[in-house]
Design a protein around this ligand. Sequence first.
Ligand SMILES: [Ca+2]
Ligand SMILES: [Ca+2]
Length: 155
Amino acid sequence: MIRSFAPASASFSAFRRATAPAPTSTAQPQNATAFVGQTANFSVMATGSVPLAFQWKKNGSAISGATSASYTTPATTTSDHDAKFSVGVRNGVGTVTSQNATLVVKSRDLNGDHLLDVLDLAALASAYETSKTNADLDSSGVVDDVDVNLWLAGF
Ligand SMILES: [Ca+2]
Ligand SMILES: [Ca+2]
C-alpha cells in the first residue's frame, strides 16, 4: 500500500511537538490612535514553550519595564506620533519579534499654537469635507461632523 505524503503543515506540527517550540506570535500588535495626553495600548498573543518573556520596543529601543504581553504608553505627546512599537517574545528555544505597530497621535491644536480655542475650530471648519490630515481626527479620510464632535469632546 502506498501512503500519500502528509501535508507539510502536519509534518511541521509533528516536528514542533517533538521539540520544545520557539515562540510564535499568534496575534500581532495593532496600530493605535490616541489624542495628545491619552495613553495607547498594544498587546500581543504568543504561543511557545513557557516561560515566555516579553520586551517591548519603541522605534527599535527597549522600553524599560515593558515586559508583559501588553504595553500601555505614558500620556502621549505629539513627538510620539508615528512611533513604531514592536515586541520581542523569548523563551529557552528562541526569540520572535513582532511586526511594528504604528502609533498615530492626534492633536486638537490644529493650528499648532499650543492653545485650544476657536481658531482651531475655524481651522477644522476650513478643512471641512476635505481629507486634510491633521483635522481628520478619526483618520476616516474625510473631515466631517465626526471630527467636529471629537474636537468638541476635548472640552
Ligand atoms: Ca490652537
Ligand atoms: Ca474624519
